[in-house]
Design a protein around this ligand. Sequence first.
Ligand code: 2BA
Length: 109
Amino acid sequence: MKLILAIVQDKDSNVLSSEFIDNDIRATKLSTTGGFLKAGNTTFIIGIEDERVYEVLDIIKKTSHARKQFMSPMPNLELGVDMAMPYPVEVEVGGATVFVMPVDQFERY
Ligand code: 2BA
């Protein structure tokens, strides 16, 4: 068995949840926050049999879209008033960031 952690954008999370349900894939959805943009994203925890890992990855790939987002860097007040407000920076976020990990033991009671 493997544990998949998939970080996706909030905009893709409802479609992805529905895909998991339609394909009989059990998943847990967490509301998370990206460390860089400090904006909300969604992390799915999925426990899945080894032979279904690529099926799950295909679904995530199909439903997660890359988007451009603007972030405003924190003002640096030490630079003085003129230089303190930096311009917004464009960042491409997603499709999805996915970790696949081995599971030593799985129990359901
Ligand atoms: P954030 O940390 O908010 O990052 C959003 C996007 O900002 C990233 O998109 C990337 O394009 C950019 N970015 C992140 N850190 C950067 C840096 N130090 N310098 C320049 N640009 C940077 P993605 O790579 O698609 O990541 C989307 C979200 O996935 C991240 O949101 C974070 O929540 C998660 N993530 C990405 N890589 C991760 C990792 N190695 N470990 C844990 N979480 C990760």
